[in-house]
Design a protein around this ligand. Structure first.
Ligand SMILES: CC(C)(COP(=O)(O)OP(=O)(O)OC[C@H]1O[C@@H](n2cnc3c(N)ncnc32)[C@H](O)[C@@H]1OP(=O)(O)O)[C@@H](O)C(=O)NCCC(=O)NCCS
Length: 294
């Protein structure tokens, strides 16, 4: 309870009482407006994926059309869910809305472990809610220059027949079944490539359109050389600048992309809650599909 200057109890802020509702694809433009409101790109293509593959939560703006806040949770079975796109409209910032939305998501998730990539803005709130940092990711962007060559690992466009092998590899490296998301890649991405050696799929990567860039992700590969070959192959398929988010533990890959004109813009914190570390094999996991979904 809070008190007025005269010491009389006051009613709680109306913001604390606004209902939190599920978002659907019908909210896509409001979600993009919310991104824009916080100086983020509108990213409608990405919102479209997240609102269908995941569960969106939002608070309607009490003063007009659109949203006061929103976020998306992408579930990977009972053992992990990823939170992303946590946004509070500028006019409602720093009034407890972000904390309330996150507490709602935590309650809905029950005992399920959670992960997210935090911006510097969001990290203090997540720490207060029990998230801890397990690694960091470098957000890199630029036009690929082909200055430093990639190793000669065979890479080709994926076909429908590759999907079972891609799903198997993804399950092994991500550590959980994310068929619901990976099976959407052929439609969501403009390019999906596989690395194949001795008849075995040793890596795969997608490039999907995001504003004026192509985002590379997910990027899963047997080793850094295979990851480089996949990136170079995707770079050759587009005229747009590339963007991706590379785990900072992959220093050699980060140096190589930098030599090729793709430089770090910012870093985010890869955080987890209610689990000691992420499942799977980070050594073969080079970039997420998007930092908004893990
Ligand atoms: C991050 C964000 C969601 C927080 O929402 P919010 O409603 O403003 O946050 P709250 O009022 O609930 O604050 C919760 C706590 O987070 C921390 N916090 C919030 N904004 C902060 C800021 N700009 N700088 C430092 N700490 C901040 C504070 O510890 C705050 O508690 P306090 O006000 O009691 O000190 C909001 O600022 C936002 O949308 N930012 C832009 C998008 C973004 O970066 N999202 C995070 C993606 S991971």
């Amino acid at each position: 309870m809070s008190f007025s200057l005269k010491g009389m109890p006051t009613s709680p802020s109306p913001l604390a009482q606004l209902p939190i509702r599920r978002l659907t694809s019908a909210d896509l433009l409001s979600c993009a407006d919310l991104s824009e409101n916080r100086g983020w790109p509108r990213e409608e293509h990405k919102w479209g994926l997240l609102l269908t593959a995941g569960t969106g939560y939002g608070i309607d703006d009490p003063d007009g059309p659109g949203l006061a806040a929103g976020c998306v949770v992408t579930p990977y079975g009972p053992d992990l869910a990823a939170i992303g796109m946590v946004l509070v409209a500028e006019r409602y910032a720093r009034q407890g809305v972000g904390r309330r939305l996150m507490q709602h998501v935590l309650a809905e998730a029950g005992d399920a472990p959670l992960t997210l990539y935090a911006t510097a803005n969001g990290q203090p709130l997540y720490e207060q809610l029990g998230f801890t940092e397990t690694s960091r990711a470098a957000m890199v962007r630029g036009r690929f220059t082909f200055t430093a060559p990639a190793p000669d690992v065979p890479v080709r466009p994926a076909t429908a027949e590759d999907l079972p092998a891609v799903l198997r590899l993804d399950h092994e490296v991500f550590g959980l079944d994310r068929t619901a998301l990976i099976a959407r890649l052929p439609a969501f991405a403009d390019h999906l490539r596989v690395a194949e050696e001795d008849g075995e799929i040793t890596g795969f990567a997608a490039a999907w359109p995001n504003m004026d860039t192509h985002v590379i992700g997910p990027l899963i590969a047997r080793d850094p050389g295979t990851a480089k070959a996949l990136i170079a192959s995707l770079a050759a398929a587009t005229d747009r600048p590339l963007r991706t988010d590379i785990d900072v533990r992959h220093g050699s890959l980060l140096s190589w992309v930098k030599e090729n004109g793709i430089d770090t813009i910012t870093t985010t914190s890869l955080m987890i809650r209610s689990l000691p570390d992420l499942p799977g094999d980070w050594r073969r996991r080079f970039a997420p599909l998007t930092v908004a979904a893990g």
